[in-house]
Design a protein around this ligand. Structure first.
Ligand SMILES: [Zn+2]
Length: 398
């Protein structure tokens, strides 16, 4: 049997562990950090010196200490670096510069036309980023990492979209290389629903072990948190439920080329189509559907509830795989409120096994349309404050 020889951890490795404990924003003493990490206090002090030299952590004034003793607690320097959060939707672009605790320092939004392909959209992002930096008097070099959500499947390892139906011209486009022309920071790209799930998870204190976030808008998708971690699957398409076949979809063509997909019958635009076909000629968009529902139109309420049933059919199968304790419904159509939820609940409680639904809650998402930006900021921090990044920053000090 080979004798395992322990190699010394690279400088910065356990500094990263300490940094993770400070990402909740609460100052901690060296003793607390030693207890939480299991490291010797002297090692904690050594690693903190590294983090302080990088500039990410600093001492904080201790309200209880007296007599001129140096402050004994340390905290993340939230504004020592910036995170750039980008939320690209089917028709909107939202940008925010946040601090390392995800507080927004500057934000803006614009409309986009994804059909023009990636270049004009990415140029807009670069231009708006410079405007935001100027607003808060910071520089491009202050950006630690970029997190970006896009409305389609993304190969997470490369950050390249993979045949995104709503994004013609973006298939396999190298988004990172485009950013690299202007920005010397790593760029992480993910599916927008995954980032909304991260945002919603953060909104619940990051304490949800098994959770599904479902976005119902122009597209339908889910973000999966299982075992407390976002699950992207092997290629990044986990949760891509919009193209699962549903019973009401038989004979209905989907824009993906298949037939009978959930998205082809239950997305906002498809509900509008159905209402027009049923004799309501002025219903052209998801917004129109929501307005009718909120105005008490029975036909629209029934259509939304039916769409909820379709979504419930797919989620009932997902529950059998994942046994979540909470499902939250977000995206534009969540504004249809209880009617959509009622349709979803009705089918889930009928179809899923009793033990799987005994503790299951199905609720509207608590984070608003900012969930995608928050998630993008979290993705950027997870990478920018991650082990590799901290090790590289520590080594650059040598
Ligand atoms: Zn489809």
């Amino acid at each position: 049997m080979a004798i395992e020889r322990s190699t010394p951890a690279p400088r910065g490795a356990s500094a990263h562990d300490i940094l993770q404990l400070l990402r909740d924003g609460t100052p901690k003493s060296r003793t607390e950090l030693a207890t939480l990490t299991g490291l010797a206090r002297s090692t904690v002090t050594d690693r903190l010196e590294t983090l302080m030299a990088i500039g990410l952590v600093g001492p904080v004034a201790d309200g209880t200490s007296t007599g001129g003793r140096p402050p004994s607690r340390v905290a993340l320097h939230a504004q020592s670096k910036l995170l750039l959060a980008v939320d690209l939707g089917a028709a909107h672009l939202r940008l925010a510069l946040t601090d390392l605790l995800h507080q927004t320092l500057a934000a803006t939004e614009a409309t986009v036309d994804l059909s023009q392909g990636p270049e004009p959209v990415l140029q807009d992002i670069q231009r708006l980023t410079q405007t935001l930096l100027q607003q808060i008097g910071r520089e491009t070099a202050d950006i630690l990492c970029v997190g970006m959500g896009v409305p389609g499947p993304v190969h997470f390892d490369t950050g390249r979209p993979s045949r995104p139906p709503l994004m013609p011209g973006w298939d396999d486009f190298d988004i990172r290389a485009s950013f690299a022309q202007q920005l010397d920071a790593p760029v992480m790209v993910d599916n927008d629903v995954n980032l909304m799930a991260l945002g919603e998870h953060h909104g619940h204190g990051g304490n949800l072990g098994h959770f599904l976030y479902v976005k119902v808008a122009t597209g339908i998708g889910a973000g999966i948190i299982s075992g407390g971690q976002l699950q992207r699957g092997a290629q990044g398409t986990a949760g891509d439920i919009g193209h699962v076949r549903v019973s009401r979809g038989i004979g209905v063509q989907c824009h993906c080329g298949n037939e009978g997909c959930l998205e082809a019958v239950a997305s906002g635009p498809r509900i509008a189509d159905a209402l027009r076909a049923a004799g309501l000629p002025d219903v052209h968009s998801a917004r129109d559907v929501i307005d009718l529902v909120n105005g008490g139109n029975l036909e629209a309420i029934k259509a939304v509830r039916r769409a909820g049933g379709d979504i419930g059919e797919v989620l009932a199968a997902g529950i059998s795989f994942l046994n979540p304790s909470l499902i939250t419904i977000g995206g534009q159509m969540a504004a249809a409120g209880e009617h959509l939820l009622a349709g979803i609940r009705e089918v889930i409680y009928n179809r899923a096994m009793p033990l799987a639904t005994a503790q299951l809650q199905i609720r509207p998402a608590t984070t608003t349309h900012q969930a995608g930006l928050l998630g993008a900021s979290i993705l950027a921090a997870d990478h920018g404050l991650g082990s590799e990044s901290i090790t590289a920053l520590a080594q650059s000090l040598r």
